[in-house]
Design a protein around this ligand. Structure first.
Ligand code: FMN
Length: 171
């Protein structure tokens, strides 16, 4: 089995992180992998915002917690967030950003960095408690965040899970 397939097959979502910071060099590499994702009509209308301040991360988590009535919400206490955003009106924004996120997860995994998709922002980006925080991160007002990556070094090993799904060859 080649290294890439091995990497894909061994990735798991990580929800418990060490508080060791991720280097800027590694974060840049991981975002570069996101930028290498395919995009509808090659529009590449995305932006990738990287947050490494745990204070800023928790500020966003607190606002999400308030809006969604989730007590003590914290994104699982990651040491970094990569927030892909895309034009609200792009017909491919959600798909493009999902492709980018998978590249981000795999690139992170290749560097022994754990990650998980965070889905909570997608319907509340324009909420009065959320948009000012996105503004402060310089996420454009005409962008939406469909999903984001919470990242950190894994605290514990996570076992593989059963993979369901059908495969059918027509030959
Ligand atoms: C569209 C999408 C939304 C997700 N949202 C969340 C989320 O908000 N929080 C979370 O902990 N995991 C989230 N996940 C991760 C899934 O729960 C996870 O991928 C799934 O349980 C399979 O586990 P694995 O990633 O370890 O293979 C999301 C995954 C996808 C693809």
């Amino acid at each position: 089995m080649n290294d890439l397939i091995q990497l894909i097959l061994s990735r798991r979502s990580i929800r418990k992180f060490k508080q060791t910071p991720i280097s800027k060099k590694d974060l840049e590499l991981i975002v570069e992998a996101g930028l290498a994702a395919p995009s509808g009509k090659n529009q590449q209308t995305w932006k990738f915002t990287v947050i490494t301040s745990t204070l800023e991360i928790q500020k966003l988590a607190d606002a999400i917690g308030k809006v969604l009535s989730r007590e003590n919400y914290n994104f699982y206490k990651p040491t970094a967030l990569i927030i892909p955003s895309n034009l609200k009106e792009s017909p491919w924004g959600r798909d493009d950003n999902a492709c980018a996120l998978q590249n981000i997860f795999l690139a992170a995994h290749s560097l022994q960095i754990g990650s998980v998709w965070i889905n909570q922002l997608k319907d509340i980006c324009d909420h009065e408690l959320i948009r000012p925080i996105l503004d402060s991160f310089e996420i454009p007002k005409n962008h939406v965040v469909y999903g984001l990556a919470a990242l950190g070094y894994p605290e514990t090993e996570v076992k593989q899970i059963e993979r369901k799904g059908l495969i059918h060859f027509v030959e």
